[in-house]
Structure formats: C-alpha cells, structure tokens
Design a protein around this ligand. Structure first.
Ligand SMILES: NC(=O)c1ccc[n+]([C@@H]2O[C@H](COP(=O)([O-])OP(=O)(O)OC[C@H]3O[C@@H](n4cnc5c(N)ncnc54)[C@H](OP(=O)(O)O)[C@@H]3O)[C@@H](O)[C@H]2O)c1
Length: 335
C-alpha cells in the first residue's frame, strides 16, 4: 500500500483552471475555502433560492447558478447530498459540462449506484476526505490535512488522475495522505463502515450499554461516563496507537475484560448481520431503499431519528456535557 503526499504529486494541472464548487454545505464550504487558499480560482454554484447563498457570499465567493457555474468551470465539484446528485446532474449539469471537463465527487455513491450516468466525454473523479467538512477546513488551517481517497471512474482527457491528485492536495490531502482507490471500493466500504461500525454500530453499542446499566439501577450519570464519555478517549488511543497499542495503556483488568467479553458482545450473530448488511450494500438494495425513502418523503427516516433523539441517554448527555464543557471551555480537543 502506498500513501501519496504533496512531494509525490507532480505539476499542477489545475493552475489557471476554474473550479466550480456546487453546494456550500459541510464539504462544499471547506473545499471551496481550501482550494482558494491554495491559490486556485473558485466559483460557487447554488440552486435558485438557496439558503447557502449568503454564507458563500459572505465568505467572499462569486456565487452563480449551478448551470452557469458549471458552464464556466473546468472542474465541477458536485458537493451536495448524494441523494440529490442524479436529479441535479440531469437537470443542471448534463447540458453544461462540455467534453473534456472534469466532474468530481467526494463519495462514490451516485456514480457507483447509477444515479448519475455521466457523458463519456468527461473525466469523472472522486476525492473523498475521510472526515467531515469542518475538519477538512480546520486541519488545513492548522497546516495539516485529512487522509483522502482518490479514484478515477472516467479518464477521457488522459489526465484525470493528475486532476484528482492536485485537487486532493489543494484541499489538504497531500499533507494527510492520499490513498488511491476505486469508486466501488470507496463507496461500499464507506457505506459499510458508517452502517456497521462508526455510526450505526457504535451509536447502538453505546446506547445498549448505557441502557443495560440504567435498567439495572445504576445512576444514569455513571452509565454515561462509562459508556459514552470514555469512547473518545479509547477512540483517540486506537487512532494513535492501534487496538493493541490502546490495550498497552489500559489496566490489566480492562484488558482481560476486553479480550474475554468483547467476543461475546460482538458474537457470531452480529458478524452474520454484518455480512447481510454488506451484501445489501453490494447488491444495491440499500441504495434503492435510501433513494425510495427520499422519493416517498423520508417518513420512516424522520420517525426513526426522532425516536433516537428522545432517548434518556440524550437528556443525560446534554446535562453532563453542559457541566464538562461550559461556555468558554467547549473545545477540549473536540471539534
Ligand atoms: N459530510 C461529511 O462528513 C462527508 C464526508 C465525506 C464525503 N462527503 C460527501 O460530500 C458530498 C456532500 O456532502 P455534505 O455532507 O457536504 O452535504 P451537505 O452539507 O448536506 O450539502 C449541503 C449543500 O448542498 C446544497 N443542496 C442540497 N440539496 C440540493 C439540491 N437538490 N440542489 C442543489 N443544491 C443542493 C445545499 O444548498 P441549499 O442551501 O440550497 O439547500 C447546501 O449548500 C456528498 O457526496 C457526501 O457523501 C460528506
């Protein structure tokens, strides 16, 4: 495996070219600001009546309609929610992206699952930061960067890889490390990671642990400290030192509990379910379910989110976080 850094990346094919960043949300705002700070020419493309217009304008960007921005640009970074890519591409980009231009996304979902069917005369690339937009920006401002996955889906010009690498470098990937991948691998592993581990798996593990302690009569505050608060400390250790490295600095008792009880928590049933989740991702079943949920007004999605928000763990957490992070002490290494 090879990670690429700024020194590995050659001459700048983006220099003198215009980049249109479509969308000014989490990734869009961070990419636009980092690209501009890297000396590149950036315009922001937004839909009519966009609520992001003022923010982009105040940040000093020229704000155009999506079609206009795309028509003037050499590279179009489509940084709006994945479920909106298909419609936006068909309505606003298909006719404005002339042959030889680059369509860039930050996640492979819409291309891999056929929501966007790009014109064959385009370069189509992905630069996927492994973290949310505010960290793409904050790391860049500190002179650092996030790890990024880069991939090429279409290489009409013969320079698609260079364009993607330069773009990644310009938003900080060349400092954090760039890993070359494919749309399929990025998309399927990203969906699996967020469903089974870092979002779905972790949040439900935390809540199940908290509820087990509270149901057994322990104070919710104690349950919160043990099952929620310490997650960050453990995650930071794993991030820095790996799983075994984390185990090196915990007590013998914690380590023994980890290796004897952990496999019971994540037993064969959980592993079987993980395989099912992965096969739903790979077959396109998850993508179809998500797109259908959007078409039908997101009723299931909204009610599941509301149910999670109303759980006691959220109220206890809000109280505790207010005590731990009072105004003026919010940061504590957390962004
Ligand atoms: N967020 C992350 O942590 C993360 C990490 C890695 C990769 N990504 C990828 O980055 C891409 C963008 O994600 P994001 O989280 O940055 O999105 P986001 O913050 O939800 O994007 C919001 C922006 O998209 C615009 N937008 C929403 N719907 C639109 C539509 N139908 N037509 C035109 N503009 C629309 C919004 O404009 P309005 O104000 O007009 O609504 C706003 O400017 C996705 O492909 C995602 O998978 C995200």
């Amino acid at each position: 495996m090879k990670l690429l850094f700024d020194n590995d990346i050659g001459a700048n094919p983006l220099s003198g070219r215009t980049i249109a960043v479509i969308g000014f949300g989490s990734q869009g705002s961070a990419h636009a600001e980092n690209l501009r700070d890297s000396g590149l020419s950036v315009t922001v493309g937004l839909r009519a009546g966009s609520s992001s217009r003022e923010k982009a304008f105040e940040a000093g960007f020229q704000v155009l309609g999506i079609e206009e921005a795309a028509a003037q640009a050499d590279v179009v970074a489509l940084l709006i929610p994945d479920e909106e890519h298909g419609e936006t591409y068909r309505r606003h980009l298909a006719g404005s992206l002339a042959e030889g231009k680059t369509l860039l996304v930050a996640h492979g979902f819409s291309l891999h699952f056929g929501q966007v069917e790009p014109h064959p005369g385009l370069d189509v690339v992905m630069v996927a930061p492994k973290g949310p937009g505010h960290q793409v920006r904050s790391e860049f401002r500190r002179g650092r960067g996030l790890v990024m996955l880069v991939a090429v889906e279409q290489n009409f010009s013969g320079h698609a890889r260079d364009t993607a690498l330069q773009y990644a470098s310009a938003i900080g990937g060349g400092r954090g490390g760039i890993f070359e991948s494919t749309f399929r691998d990025e998309c399927e592993t990203d969906l699996f990671g967020e469903q089974a581990v870092i979002c779905g798996g972790l949040t439900h593990l935390i809540a199940a642990g908290f509820e087990t302690l509270v149901d057994a009569g322990y104070p919710p505050e104690a349950a919160y400290f043990e099952c929620v608060h310490e997650v960050k400390l453990t995650a930071d250790l794993i991030h820095l030192r790996g799983i075994s490295g984390m185990r090196d600095v915990i007590s013998n008792t914690a380590r023994f509990g980890d290796v004897t009880r952990g496999p019971r928590v994540i037993g064969p049933e959980v592993r079987e379910e993980m395989k099912k989740i992965l096969s739903e991702i790979r077959s396109g079943k998850f993508a179809e379910e998500w797109m259908e949920e959007n078409r039908s007004g997101r009723r299931v999605f909204s009610s599941l989110l509301d149910r999670q928000r109303d759980k006691p763990i959220e109220q206890v957490g809000a109280r505790i976080r207010k005590l731990i992070h009072p105004p003026g002490r919010e940061s504590q290494g957390i962004e």
